[in-house]
Structures are given as structure tokens and as C-alpha cells.
Design a protein around this ligand. Structure first.
Ligand code: SF4
Ligand code: SF4
Length: 305
């Protein structure tokens, strides 16, 4: 499968282990990534709030660049926030030929043109809908047996349901749980799995934002999760980078490791934790690394080595 790949800027700046782990995992899933190097930030919903036409033009430009990738089956992102922001713009662009014509008038000065029809999917959706869970299962080399994983979706990938195409046929708000199971892990249910991490309000009300993070990670710990997994690097910033501060605010030690989705997939495909950048996190994923070590040791013992 060949995809026009939009990694987003956070995955290359603040959380480079996400971009790196996606690059390591893609060949193992026969996904060819063609990076959209000239694309710009989606605006994260913030630009659209102030200047809708500007946000739509920037994203129409990205879609047009993706449509120009020869042989690409679809466009893929690795960020719930990018998915949400781009989906919102795509909905507006596709709804009116007149508006689209106006935006294309700007793009055409740069030799680009957007036409409706491109499918833009988060890696999570690609795993379930394009690769398929049976195929994913067949590629697992190190099943996540006994690893208890709490899903954390990021709100931009679960709300609003109609724009995100969540329905009976596509229960995308259950895909993380389905992927964890397909990788052989145990899904941990907890109150915060589909809630907001608090990131968007961190500059306005840091305390409220971090209390949200602290509560969700505390809930995951109370439900006995070994780690949490997210398809959103911005969620990761609040849940992992800010977790030490969040702990202080909610007055308890949590130490909940937060993995990016490609890291969890990579572990099950047999990649080394270091290769996946697990050593780069603020909350050291000791439980996950210990689990990997015990599995590797178990295989060695089973081989009689
Ligand atoms: S929405 Fe966030 S991750 Fe996506 S491109 Fe913009 S800043 Fe980067
Ligand atoms: S959970 Fe937080 S960072 Fe993640 S998508 Fe929602 S608001 Fe953004």
C-alpha cells in the first residue's frame, strides 16, 4: 500500500520518536510512505477559528499535494488533531463547488488543484480498514500477552461522530481496543479513554488542563494498566511530558507510561524498544521494557538456549 504521508509537525519536533517509530514499522506492514515534505501545519483548528478561508486554503493545498503523489492509495496522518482539523476543512471544501473554485483560484497560482475524492486516514484507521486486523495479526512476532494497555483516542478522532464517519459499519471509536486485542494485548477500560487530555487549554488554564491529565492517567493506573497508547502526539505532550506536573497537582504518584500507536505496533512486530524510541519518554516505560525483556528471555528459555 502506497500512502501520501502527512506526519504533522509535532511528530517531527516535540515527539520525534513517533515519526521514527512510524518509519520503522511501515515496511513491516508493507506500507510505503511518501512524505508530503512541502505541506504545512493543518492549523490545528486554531487558524480556522480566526480565518476559515486561510485554514481551508492551507489544507486544500496539502490535499492537492497528496493527490499529485502518483500511485498513492490514500493520504495518511499519525495525529488525531491533524485528522480532526483536516477533516473539518475537507468537509467545507467538498460541500460547495463555488467555494472550492474560489480556493482553487489561489492554489492554481502555485500549480495545484484540489478535487474532492481523496481519503485521508489516521494510521489507526489504516490498520483496521486498509490493512485489516487479520493481516495485522498474521504479522505479529511478539504477541503482547499479559500486557495491559489502556486506549487513549484523543477527542479530535472521536468527535464529532458524523464528520469522522463513525457509524455501525465503521466503529472507529473502538478501533484502538480492537488493535490492542489483535496485537495480543489486554484492553484496559477506564473512564478517560475517550475524553479530552486538556492540551488545548494549557496556555489559558494550566491547572485545569493538568488536572484533566492527572485524572485520566490516575484512572488508567487504578484500572491496573501497564501503559496507555495514543494515536495523537499532542495528547502525548500532555499525558507524558506534563505528567510529572499533573501528578503534583492531583497529589499522587502515577508514573503511567504513554506509548505512541506505532510504538505499540512495533513492539508486537518484534522491534526493539530502543529502536522505537521508548527511551525518549519523560515517564520511563519501565513496565513495558520489563515485559519485553521477560518475553525475549522466555523465548530464549523455550528454545533451550
Ligand atoms: S495540527 Fe498539530 S501536529 Fe498537526 S500539523 Fe499542526 S501542529 Fe502539527
Ligand atoms: S485529547 Fe487533547 S491533544 Fe488529543 S486530540 Fe483531544 S484535545 Fe487534542
Amino acid at each position: 500500500m502506497k500512502v501520501a504521508y502527512w506526519p504533522g509537525c509535532v511528530s517531527r519536533g516535540f515527539t520525534p520518536e513517533l515519526h521514527g517509530s512510524m518509519a520503522a514499522v511501515a515496511p513491516l506492514l508493507d506500507i510505503e510512505l511518501v512524505p508530503l515534505d512541502r505541506a504545512c501545519c493543518t492549523g490545528a483548528g486554531v487558524i480556522a477559528e480566526h480565518n476559515t478561508e486561510l485554514a481551508d486554503t492551507l489544507n486544500a493545498r496539502t490535499f492537492a499535494l497528496a493527490q499529485a503523489v502518483e500511485g498513492a492509495d490514500l493520504m495518511m496522518n499519525i495525529c488525531s488533531t491533524c485528522q480532526g482539523a483536516q477533516g473539518e476543512c475537507q468537509e467545507r471544501l467538498d460541500a460547495s463547488a463555488e467555494y472550492r473554485g474560489h480556493i482553487n483560484g489561489t492554489l492554481e497560482k502555485h500549480g495545484l488543484h484540489y478535487e474532492p475524492g481523496i481519503s485521508n486516514k489516521n494510521f489507526l484507521w489504516v490498520l483496521v480498514e486498509e490493512l485489516g486486523l487479520d493481516e495485522l495479526r498474521s504479522r505479529v512476532r511478539r504477541p503482547l500477552t499479559d500486557l495491559k494497555v489502556g486506549p487513549f483516542y484523543g477527542c479530535y478522532i472521536v468527535r464529532p461522530t458524523d464528520r469522522l464517519g463513525i457509524d455501525d459499519e465503521h466503529p472507529r471509536d473502538t478501533y484502538l481496543a480492537q488493535v490492542i486485542e489483535a496485537l495480543g494485548g489486554t484492553v484496559i477500560e477506564y473512564a478517560g479513554s475517550h475524553k479530552c487530555c486538556g492540551f488545548p487549554i494549557i496556555t489559558m488554564n494550566k491547572e485545569a488542563s493538568l488536572r484533566q491529565t492527572g485524572r485520566h492517567m490516575g484512572d488508567a493506573a487504578d484500572a491496573d494498566a501497564d501503559c496507555v497508547v495514543t494515536p495523537c502526539p499532542l495528547c502525548h505532550l500532555n499525558l507524558d511530558l506534563q505528567q510529572p506536573l499533573a501528578q503534583r497537582l492531583v497529589g499522587r504518584e502515577i508514573n503511567m507510561p504513554v506509548l505512541h500507536l506505532p510504538q505499540l505496533v512495533g513492539l508486537a512486530l518484534g522491534l526493539d524498544p530502543k529502536e522505537l524510541g521508548l527511551n525518549k519518554h519523560v515517564v520511563k516505560p519501565t513496565s513495558v521494557i520489563d515485559w519485553t525483556t521477560s518475553v525475549v528471555a522466555g523465548v530464549g528459555a523455550g528454545d533451550g538456549r
